[in-house]
Ligand binder design. Structure first.
Ligand code: EPU
Length: 338
């Protein structure tokens, strides 16, 4: 089946499911530079922004029926290749409700941004999420990544996580069954739709003060106002990737519009129109230099997804007096896995 046929099937399945009319946003060939904090990457074949859980379910089932892969994205900890993403990208920004439960718990849908959740918890006089104030991720992505800083991580605060399985069923996993590791969670197949956090009551003014202090430190030490995907590498045991990259003399090193941040060397910032090809070349260069100079192999924290870009087509020039060589008309397209 061609992509066009699969897309037609997808739209038909949405209509049959009865939600096509209500669907908030379905776009074709949508640039991922608009949906990632790195502000780079090629087009998603299809991008869907469901308005609610029911529309999310319809999207997942329709894609499945059409034979299209589905990727659910927060957009903050990923780098999308220049060839874009095959299939359906689902963005959960409309699943953005926050709800207080009793006196010491808070529930948030997957599309809620962590700083908003941290502020809401503070206003409600609930302590435990102060560290999340400077993390530019969504609740969904941050659960999957067990996002954190030196001040804390999500894992100890999570009471339960609700997932949508590929068959559209919702399952709620309680904390005893959840396995969190350094910057990742072991979750069954599916996508996070909401999470519930257990926090401690405390004076709102104290929580706000702690949060503002943490935000001040982060703004001073990290390039929070430039597009980036957050920390590129995980910290190796007992050391800091940022320290090693700076010691390797790479602060400010630039390829095209991709640059190792002058403020924190474990960030790569987009100075304007960075191509993912340049960002990935820079990441490889940094990794090699650190390995060569210090013998430390850095492991990626960011996720890299999508297809490699098609090689630029060479325009065949009319050849006079000799046969055309095959390479003059080559238009090879490399399809990477996502
Ligand atoms: N350092 C340098 N040069 C740099 C950056 C850092 O020498 O360019 C040194 C610092 O001076 C410090 C040490 O490295 O002595 C650690 O630096 P920092 O306190 O900035 O923390 P980090 O280990 O680099 C971790 C998290 C960050 C989080 C910060 C602050 C990881 C991989 N990084 O960084 O998380 O914001 O602590 O709590 O876990 C992220 O996950 O995206 C992220 C940025």
């Amino acid at each position: 089946m061609t992509f066009k046929e699969k897309t037609q099937r997808f739209f038909k399945a949405l209509r049959d499911g009865g939600t096509a009319g209500a669907m908030g946003d379905v776009r074709q060939h949508e640039p991922m530079s608009r949906h990632t904090t790195m502000k780079a990457g090629g087009d998603a074949d299809l991008l869907v922004v469901p308005q609610n859980i029911d529309e999310l379910r319809q999207t997942v089932l329709a894609a499945h029926r059409a034979g299209l892969p589905v990727i659910v994205l927060g957009g903050s900890n990923i780098i999308v290749r220049d060839g874009g993403i095959a299939g359906v990208v689902v963005k959960l920004s409309r699943l953005n409700r926050i709800r207080l439960i009793g006196t010491d718990r808070i529930e948030a849908e997957a599309g809620v941004l962590l700083p908003r959740l941290a502020r809401a918890a503070a206003r409600a006089g609930l302590s435990g999420l102060e560290f999340a104030i400077g993390i530019p991720g969504t609740v969904g992505g941050s659960i999957v990544m067990n996002a954190g800083t030196r001040e804390g991580e999500l894992a100890p605060r999570v009471e339960s996580v609700t997932l949508m399985r590929p068959d559209g069923e919702l399952v709620t996993l309680e904390r005893e069954t959840l396995r969190f590791r350094y910057r990742r969670a072991e979750l069954p197949q599916g996508c996070v739709v909401s999470a519930r956090f257990a926090l401690q009551p405390a004076p709102a003014a104290d929580i706000e003060a702690t949060m503002n202090r943490m935000l001040g430190v982060r703004t001073a030490t990290q390039p929070l106002h430039s597009p980036s995907a957050g920390c590129v590498f995980k910290n190796p045991p007992g050391d800091s990737a940022g320290r090693l990259i700076e010691a390797a003399g790479l602060k400010g090193y630039r390829i095209g519009d991709a640059q190792v941040s002058e403020r924190h060397a474990n960030f790569i910032i987009n100075r304007g129109h960075a191509r993912t090809h340049d960002i990935l070349t820079l990441i490889r260069h940094v990794g090699r230099q650190v390995e060569r100079q210090f013998g430390v192999t850095l492991e990626l924290e960011v996720k890299i997804i999508g297809r490699s870009a098609a090689r630029p087509k060479r325009v065949p020039r009319p050849l006079k007096g000799r046969a055309r060589r095959r390479s003059d008309v080559s238009s090879a397209q490399t399809m990477g896995s996502s």
